[in-house]
Design a protein around this ligand. Sequence first.
Ligand code: SER
Length: 594
Amino acid sequence: MNANELRKKYIDFFKSKGHAQIQGKSLIPDNDPTVLFTTAGMHPLVPYLLGAEHPAGGRLVNFQKCVRTGDIESVGDLSHLTFFEMLGNWSLGDYFKEEAIEMSFEFLTSPKWLNIPVEKLGVTVFAGEEGIPRDEESAAVWKRLGLPSERIAYRPRRDNWWGPAGVTGPCGPDTEMFIDTGKEPCGADCEPGCSCGKWLEIWNDVFMQYNKDASGAYRPLSRTCVDTGMGVERTAAILAGKKSVYDTEIFAPIIQAITVKTGRVYGENEEDDRSIRIIADHVRTAVFIIGDPKAVTPSNVGAGYVLRRLLRRSIRHGKKLGVSGVFLGEIVCMVIETFREPYAELEENRLFILDEIYKEEARFLETLQKGEKEFEKLLPNLLKSPQKTISGRLAFKLYDTYGFPVELTEELARENGLSVDREEFDGAYKKHQEQSRTGAQVFKGGLADHSEITARYHTATHLLQKALKITLGEHVAQKGSNITAERMRFDFSHNSPLTKEELQKVEDIVNEQILRNLPVSMEVMPLEKAKSEGAVALFGEKYEEQVKVYTIGDFSKEVCGGPHAKSTGELGRFKIKKEQSSSSGVRRIRAVLE
Ligand code: SER
């Protein structure tokens, strides 16, 4: 079964069980200050898992594009990916453990669906910890469905608890499903969940019961929810009996394009294979990030920096494989071709993606040449030094003077048996950042803070967008938004810097609406109706058929997931702190509520 079939079967199965298919969301999370990318299928659903009503109801299914960059250094092996697709089904206060497990079992084992023999299935359930009881209920359901006790393993919190994805948010015990590869057990206590390679995880049903708050306390959710996640690439590999995700049809054409371009053969030399896999993974991720409706382009901060790092790492591995000059274009085209059906946005943005990647490639080739030359000059002395360590100061100099990323210095160092004093580098980098106030974002960590303060900022964002349209014209459209408990940041299309007068006018308009204490109301309606009523919607963003529309008095109407303040009077005073360019044709405003 290939990935397209798997995706379709999953959606069809859950639709047959009364689930509404919802659109996967952008890779760039809405107003989530603590992560740069959507990291799990549940990510866009956090407000609903915490209690908000979803316009499509209480049973949902979708496939969601995700990016996780925490393990970027491990990419190159047989299993790690920075981009992956997640299939998921959700119960928002509807079914719980019993029905969730029954459906998982049916989908996995029924001849009509994945047809996995029950004898190959093993599961884990939560063993209980810290006052949260052992999950006998899930174990009993698995037993009733035909799993023998020796293939139901009780595992601790470390293994069978999911979330919160960061510091705060929904979480709970889970039950995980594994396929027995048939390998010999690694020892007497080898059981489902063991990492020796005998058991491969394919699905995870999380029973969301708690909200971990900022004080670290677990508060029971107002209603229990189910959040499940199945990785497309991994499951496709397992079902096809492949030992690596890179051996599936998802990657075959991309790897083929890389071998044509580099003249290397995949599967002949482990070092080359590693480089090929790095290029395949990183280019795929880059295409999805740039091709997203909320496109990110390479830069030195936040998501743009991660993207730059992915592209630059691919380029360097291309060089390692003997390519000289620009080479990513055809690989990019092959990624777009492979995913054009489920992700129409890639084809729509084809030229933009190609152009951005070409520009970055050309820029980086120049940097590389200078940086590598410099590194080679330094190498003889470094090799002679007894510590075999490149000081953080030197690594920072390479970065600062030649634009040579520290990750590449580390790679070159490793290849020559050296290491880099990363702590010292990080210190120098941080100091530099503080000085230049570039403020790179945090990209590990948690989910949105849905506190009252962020709700106020969401409402302020709507007021700001409308005020910009009034002041500058109807061409103003939201290009990005990011909210923390301290400030808001709003990117919008406009070609020139705002004058002092324009900024003052925008600020005055927003503050006037705050003083008017306008009520904020929400209505669920079909997207078409929302548009015909003049609600602002993000161009290119995918929406459900039923959407939430937030209306602020007579002033603004926008399609939005919320949450929002109840009335504008709660907002305090709105103050613009900074206006600057974000990228070509896009301006950025930072503002605070005082
Ligand atoms: N949130 C869980 C995961 O990411 C299940 O979807 O595995």
